[in-house]
Design a protein around this ligand. Structure first.
Ligand SMILES: [Fe+2]
Ligand SMILES: [Fe+2]
Length: 295
């Protein structure tokens, strides 16, 4: 009989020393463990919507079996709880292809279409035709656009869920518009408004490479995490600009600077620190939106 995590925890509480476990669970964390004899095991944190249990272990015979335990995968799990081991030793697994994801993960209610249309509106209203063209070229690329819409903004801390980075980006745009522009107005500001808006839209675009999302669980893409989303974003922009003849060099440098400086400090991962007002504005909004959403 298939049991849930909460039912399994209740059974553990009864003090039974051993019992069989059969459950459908999602992989939340996976860590490889090598024994001194050279055997490979994985320690697993598995969950369903009723709870999370961090003490599963499985022996791994080959790479195909290891791939089953990719973070985010949903598995049919058989094993035995052992009080002496204080955990469940898995004896068999099967990767499920058909399941109801809401039984494993809470999916936040985000209207991604509405959020992306707000970004499109900001782009439509841009007066700087170079920046407008750059953003149109970037989002005309369906692969980039779809990844941008789905991308989480982190693995933990803030916006660590499907569409999280879209929500973060629109949060920054709306904060700039509603908090700043509606009060001071375009003429009362010393900032280049289009440059701030383009900077907001592009500051985290490198995350489309740095993160992926598997069944609602965000994870790092190892090879791109070696570079990081600031440099990845700057490289993406450089590539797209190279397809726009005569794009002004000073504008290219400014937009790259905003992306590379948006974390504000070198110790926070920025290779350069904000060097002009628009870069300071984008950094401040990034900090505010990410902090408010991680409270
Ligand atoms: Fe960032
Ligand atoms: Fe950000």
């Amino acid at each position: 009989m298939v049991i849930t995590i909460i039912e399994m925890l209740d059974q553990i509480k009864t003090g039974e020393s051993k019992f069989l476990v059969e459950a459908q669970l999602q992989v939340l964390k996976m860590k490889k463990i090598w024994t001194p004899e050279g055997n490979l095991y994985v320690d697993l944190v598995l969950r369903d919507i009723t709870g999370t249990y961090p003490h599963f272990r499985s022996k791994i015979e080959d790479d195909i079996e290891l791939a089953k335990f990719k973070v985010g995968n949903v598995l049919q799990v058989r094993g035995e709880y052992n009080r002496d081991l204080d955990g469940v030793l898995i004896t068999g697994t099967e990767k499920l292809e058909v399941y109801d994801l809401t039984k494993f993960v809470k999916i936040p209610e985000i209207d991604a279409k509405d959020l992306f249309s707000r970004i499109e509106k900001v782009i439509d209203e841009m007066e700087n035709l170079w920046l407008k063209q750059l953003l149109e070229v970037i989002f005309r690329d369906e692969v980039v656009k779809n990844k941008f819409i789905d991308c989480p903004s982190a693995v933990k801390y803030h916006h660590a869920y499907l569409h999280g980075n879209l929500e973060h980006t629109v949060g920054m745009l709306m904060a700039f518009k509603n908090y700043y522009l509606d009060f001071y107005g375009k003429n009362g500001t010393k900032f280049d408004v289009d440059l701030v808006n383009a900077g907001i839209i592009l500051q985290d675009i490198g995350k489309i490479y740095e993160y992926e999302i598997n069944n609602g669980v965000p994870l790092y893409v190892k090879k791109y995490a070696l570079i990081g989303h600031l440099v990845l974003g700057s490289e993406l922009v450089a590539k797209k600009i190279s397809a726009i003849p005569d794009f002004p060099e000073d504008l290219e440098l400014k937009i790259k600077h905003i992306i590379l400086s948006h974390h504000g400090k070198k110790e926070w991962g920025s290779p350069v620190e904000p060097g002009f007002p628009e870069a300071h504005v984008v950094h401040s909004l990034d900090l505010m939106d990410s902090r408010l959403r991680s409270l």
